[in-house]
Design a protein around this ligand. Sequence first.
Ligand SMILES: Nc1ncnc2c1ncn2[C@@H]1O[C@H](COP(=O)(O)OP(=O)(O)OP(=O)(O)O)[C@@H](O)[C@H]1O
Ligand SMILES: [Mg+2]
Length: 341
Amino acid sequence: MSDGYLKLDKLTLAYGDTIAVKDLDLSIAKGELVALLGPSGCGKTTTMRSIAGLLSPASGRITLDGGDITRVSANKRNVGLVFQSYALFPHLTVYENVAFGLRLKGIGGKDLDAKVRAGIKSVDLAKFADRKPAELSGGQQQRVALARSMVMEPKVLLLDEPLSNLDARLRVEMRAELQRVQKETGVTMIFVTHDQIEALALADRIVVMLNGGIEQIGTPEEIYNKPVSAFVADFVGFENVFALENGKLATSNSLIELFSPIPQAVKGLAWRPRMVNLGSGPYQGTIRGTSFAGNTREYLLDTPLGSIKAEVDAELPTHAIGSMLPFDLPLAAAAPLSRYR
Ligand SMILES: Nc1ncnc2c1ncn2[C@@H]1O[C@H](COP(=O)(O)OP(=O)(O)OP(=O)(O)O)[C@@H](O)[C@H]1O
Ligand SMILES: [Mg+2]
């Protein structure tokens, strides 16, 4: 997948004595849409700032399109950056906001007009070219910010939580819009989010970060179905995550013998709530809570393994709180984790 159009080699980023990102290796193909996903403080913005040239690496190398840009200044990198706050010029129209960077580059006349009109059209704002930012919705303003970056024809476009200021409905619309613009223009895009659903919906590949390093890189399907660590499993909604010790399931109380052998390399097992078999199996649990979620119903069980979350079809007969039920954690369904911590 990755031909190394943009490459980060052993990148270490620091603020004074504080190391924010350590030895990061990442290779991104031309035209790829990559999501950086991870909890607050894991180093997403720091990584983006270094790619944009706003933060000089303590060590390591950044190459783009075959050239070493590690020490190239921000304005010579041809990297676009869109932040969560879109920072449009309030006194300028949509048209002039989009034209601004192009004018700075010395582009004018028909050439400028063509580029600006195409940019505005690409984000579906042709009708609003003469409006000021204050006369636009949040989503429309965000699209202006996107068009303003896109018209510069950056080699890489970096988006740092561009959707986090939008309400839920607009976010979903903007997600589709971003994906469409990216596919149409073929621009290489890195997108920061801490919303796993957004990352899964948008990205060709997801980079899950934790504590200034990469936990896992994979397609949305790989991240969703084959998390490599307990952290990633937890992050993508496997709510029943256990460490393994000597082939036994380590629960908060004791080590539980499994019914078939597990390879040595497997350090943990994780089950999504819907992978739990409720109603039959070798374990017993008491229902402590239940919640209806439309097509499904979730049960929280107190069990010798600790708390277990199970999800079943909502049409099935319901179980009352306090009732005791057998259940199983089928080994065949479990995601094997190669790292527990
Ligand atoms: N200007 C700064 N000076 C010192 N430390 C900083 C600075 N900016 C960020 N940090 C630290 O670097 C680490 C990474 O921060 P960063 O902003 O990259 O996180 P993030 O993944 O973008 O988080 P969020 O999801 O909250 O935006 C954090 O521990 C943060 O406190
Ligand atoms: Mg950030």
